[in-house]
Design a protein around this ligand. Structure first.
Ligand code: SF4
Ligand code: SF4
Length: 238
């Protein structure tokens, strides 16, 4: 399957979706680094995204060699053919996705689904590194951008957001700003985050007025259960 778009447009979620849809390998071809026709230099973004995706693949037990990015110009037809032949050969040698890594189908699906749900959170947590162009084109620099330890830490203990019922004053600001409508918002009632809809963007944490400070960031601990509906009526503190 071939998709044509600027390499900078290739999102981490596209890569994970391709694997979830059964692709054994994903190849991204971009224009040569430093030769983008636009100010955006999206091919650098693609490189950083791929470096991150490889570490994520490693974390969930997939061989990162199933993902490859290469840069070339439109005149590099022979190089393109060589690279594609080599990539195809290597992916074939790795075997079908999951099987080659000793994962059964269900386990593979569940790992890919779990990490795909965390894409917005991962992108926010790593936004600075994702936006930093790598200048030296060296393997050492590429390897150092994201370490396995930081990705294990990020994905091993993902944050969750929770509204403390004793502090929420139902001002509704968080619900208005939540990009996923993940906050149950009823006038004069303590607000509640629906954890299965939350993409962990942290907006509610940032916008909850400091005088209330009702949104809490939780890491490595279970989120307390939501308050039963009949107990959500606000007892105002001011
Ligand atoms: S972190 Fe907060 S604002 Fe972001 S999706 Fe979750 S509930 Fe909504
Ligand atoms: S912004 Fe804070 S105080 Fe206001 S409804 Fe949300 S959690 Fe409650």
């Amino acid at each position: 399957m071939i998709r044509v778009m600027c390499s900078g447009r290739v999102d981490l979620s596209f890569v994970l979706r391709a694997f979830a849809n059964g692709m054994d390998g994903v190849f991204i071809g971009g224009c040569n680094l430093g030769e983008c026709n636009y100010d955006t230099h999206g091919n650098y973004h693609a490189l950083n995204m791929v470096l991150l995706a490889k570490k994520i693949m490693n974390h969930i037990g997939l061989n990162p060699d199933r993902l490859r990015v290469e840069y070339m110009s439109s005149g590099d037809g022979i190089l393109f053919a060589e690279v594609m032949t080599d990539f195809t050969k290597k992916v074939k040698a790795l075997g079908p996705l999951g099987k080659g890594e000793g994962l059964d189908e269900q386990e593979l699906k569940s790992r890919l689904a779990a990490v795909s749900n965390l894409v917005p959170y991962i992108k926010i947590a790593k936004k600075e590194k994702l936006a930093t162009p790598l200048k030296h084109k060296s393997k050492a620099e590429y390897e150092a951008l994201f370490t396995s330890e930081e990705i294990d830490e990020l994905l091993g203990k993902p944050v969750s957001y929770y509204i403390d019922p004793s502090k929420c004053q139902a001002c509704m600001i968080c619900a208005r700003r939540c990009p996923e409508e993940a906050i149950i918002s009823v006038k004069n009632q303590i607000h509640v985050i629906e954890q299965d809809k939350c993409i962990k963007c942290g907006t509610c944490f940032d916008v909850c007025p400091s005088r209330f400070g009702a949104v809490t960031k939780i890491s490595g601990e279970p989120v307390p259960p939501p308050l039963p509906e009949e107990e959500r009526t606000i007892k105002r503190t001011n």
